[in-house]
Design a protein around this ligand. Sequence first.
Ligand code: AQP
Length: 333
Amino acid sequence: MGKKIFSGVQPTGNLHLGNYLGAIKNFVDLNNDKDNKCIFCVVDLHAITVKQDPKELKNNIRETVATFVASGIDPKKSIIFNQSSVAAHAEGAWILSCVARMGWLNRMTQFKEKAGKDKEKASVGLYSYPVLMAADILLYDATHVPVGDDQKQHLELCRDIAQKFNNDFKVENFLQVPEPLIQKEFSRIMSLKDGSKKMSKSELSDLSRINLTDDKDQIINKIKKAKTDPLPLPQSMKELDERLEAKNLIGIYSSLTNSSLENSIKNFAGKNFSEFKEKLTEELVNKIEPISNEIKKLLGDKSYLDEILLDGVEKASLIASKKIERIKEIVGF
Ligand code: AQP
């Protein structure tokens, strides 16, 4: 039986290789299976949990749609829309925030990481972000949610919220409890400058990530400068686990070539990083350069991107408005 897929990406600019290998590549494969129904959301309500420049946000929404399409998601086969245009997301988030418990949210590690030392100055939205994410997913009865490993905890919270709602209001199976779809290997791509930090849009140094809009020369330069260690490439999985930067680069290579880590280790064991980096750059340029060119081309046709969103909003609203009406009835409104 086909899956009902829902996933979102924040339009916060600088979409990168981590977003691609951890999430978008998976979206494309799921979208290509004709039995699946896929909804991909540009989560602009999530984006404003940290400060955004309004003009840039508008451009970034279009750029995220362009990235979906350039990566291979067919807008005719899926629903692509932006979250703020479907009011049920904000309404659902409020109702579910009265179901979610403070204790559950207090355990969310992403809030701790993003808020940093000064939690008092973080927005309330950043704290309650996972409840909005739960509303996004539950409004569409999604059965499966493809995400990177960093979102695993939020998805577990979404499952807890769905179960508590169903129990509290005695509506068995009303909210669909979704399954995460997280790749076993390469589910977290790390910074090119520090193998212990995840590759991220908000990292100041552009050298820490491969942006999906980077051109050939930028990719070559970033891989040349990517951090490594002085030893030759590892000979075993055990050795790989102890060498974070090598593990990340070999992981990226394996993911791009659809091969296992074991196979990549076999191919490169004992070789120098310079030789390996050449092969990695080749794979990256082959994969990212066409996406980057296509994004730039699509950005030149704003009305096409806006049409995709308009069409998506219409389709998503039809589904979400029915669900939120039932939710309101159930809670007694
Ligand atoms: N480094 C990563 N490795 C694997 N997957 C990743 N994802 C993000 N970073 C990595 C996955 O990409 C999808 C979209 O993420 P998002 O844009 O909604 O938010 P994020 O996870 O907060 O991304 P960033 O880059 O870390 O943004 P900033 O720097 O703004 O916090 C998700 O499925 C995510 O798992």
